[in-house]
Design a protein around this ligand. Structure first.
Ligand code: UDP
Length: 410
């Protein structure tokens, strides 16, 4: 059943919906265009799928366009992605040119007819250079860009400075830029199929369909198959823990349409798992929201052992389901996991294994941590807060905007 704004009164903090209604009066009838590189897979598509209809319900005329690109283009932008998250990459002049050419072609095809244009991540970032300057432009970066490989960042920065403002997910991702920079945390939608309540019966049915027995504690990581998510480290941690505590491990993932590397990562993961019958590697189709919901609810502990993470929606998704999360001490995971309160951040395989065992051996602590984790998400990482940030951004950037000062949000 489709949900409406009022339904969120049951789950959002008190006053959140009234605040949204008041804020929306300021920007009703204005238009917002989002541009990114995929409609399926990954956190950005996950959020836009929910934010776009709700912004429309709030009276902002919101549309969403996706750039088109060749395999070569997405190989280049994946190399950019890796470099911006700190991995040195070989990027040739030809690759830079392919990137610009694709942005130029997309600029011819798209209509940039909105009061505010939000361009997400590096893939479409150069559009700003090839488009008529109507409306305000904001670059929304979802990556962990705390230590970017310098050459790629220098290249991309040439385009970023042409925006009216930039948005990052964490203060440590802010860059030296001559434009205002905002902080906006990502969010999850508590009423979407991925996060809504499920009955025990529904969870059992879905796990049966997936072929996952619930005969022992379940460790779970849900992630695109990407080296930064460290699925191999998760298997190693599980192996250490399993010597003392019997458990199953589920690695559930898929690929994003703009991520050409996942196939190789899955092969590596299968190789390391070495046909262990208690390790389940699930390659899920992109619309597996209920399956992911059920897996997160069936899990005893959720892991997100990333080595770099722009935010990590999967952490909040699990916390919302009352699960303690063991996450890599990286990027956005550190604002979701408050050490020892809502989960544990770890910096090694051994650290992850230690915390897995600790939580398996202390179910009362795990339960309390999960309950506190849910409240932390309610207060900070629900879509209602995110919508308020977007409405404030709209008001700030489309009314008498003077790009002279830095206005931190959130
Ligand atoms: N996800 C999914 N299917 C998968 C793997 C991930 O639907 O096979 C979802 C996951 O539940 C989350 C999003 O994709 O909503 C991933 O967002 P996150 O911020 O954790 O990571 P990103 O992929 O953007 O790096």
């Amino acid at each position: 059943m489709p949900v409406c704004l009022d339904d969120y009164r049951k789950v959002a903090p008190p006053g959140a919906i009234d605040l949204l209604c008041r804020l929306s009066e300021r920007v009703k009838g204005r238009s917002l265009l989002h541009i990114n590189s995929t409609r399926v897979g990954g956190g950005v598509a996950e959020m836009l799928n929910r934010l776009v209809p709700m912004l429309n319900e709030l009276g902002v005329n919101t549309t969403w366009e996706v750039i088109q690109g060749s395999d070569e283009f997405f190989a280049v932008t994946k190399a950019f992605h890796n470099a911006l998250q700190g991995l040195e990459q070989e990027i040739s002049e030809r690759m830079y040119q392919a990137y610009l050419e694709c942005n130029r072609e997309n600029a011819k095809r798209l209509l940039f007819d909105a009061d505010l244009i939000a361009v997400h991540d590096p893939q479409p970032a150069a559009l700003v250079d090839y488009s008529p300057r109507v409306g305000r432009w904001v670059w929304r970066c979802h990556l962990d860009i705390s230590h970017p490989a310098r050459r790629v960042w220098r290249f991309l920065r040439n385009y970023v400075v042409k925006y009216d403002a930039a948005i990052f997910s964490l203060p440590i991702f802010a860059q030296k830029l001559p434009i205002p920079q905002f902080l906006i945390y990502p969010s999850i939608d508590p009423l979407s199929d991925k996060n809504r309540e499920l009955s025990r019966r529904e969870v059992n049915r879905i796990l049966n369909n997936l072929g996952i027995p619930q005969d022992k504690p379940i460790l779970l990581q849900v992630s695109r198959f990407d080296y930064f998510k460290d699925p191999v480290g998760v298997i190693q941690a599980y192996r250490i823990a399993k010597k003392h505590n019997d458990c199953r491990l589920i690695l559930a993932g898929g690929s994003a349409a703009d991520d050409p590397e996942s196939k190789g990562v899955v092969e590596k993961v299968r190789d390391v798992a070495d046909q262990d019958p208690d390790v389940h590697i699930l390659e899920l189709p992109p619309d597996s929201n209920l399956e992911i919901n059920a897996l997160q609810r069936a899990a005893t502990i959720v892991l997100q052992k990333s080595t770099k993470e722009g935010f990590g929606l999967t952490v909040s998704e699990a916390m919302w389901k009352g699960k303690p999360v063991i996450g890599g001490d990286a990027g956005g995971i550190t604002v979701q996991i408050l050490y020892y309160l809502t989960g544990y951040t770890v910096s090694s395989v051994e650290g992850a294994a230690f915390r897995i065992r600790y939580l398996l051996n202390n179910p009362d602590i795990a339960r309390k941590m999960g309950a506190d984790a849910k409240e932390h998400v309610r207060r900070n990482f629900l879509i209602t807060r995110h919508l308020a940030d977007y409405l404030t951004l709209m008001a700030a950037m489309t009314e008498g905007w003077q790009a002279t000062e830095i206005l931190p949000f959130s």
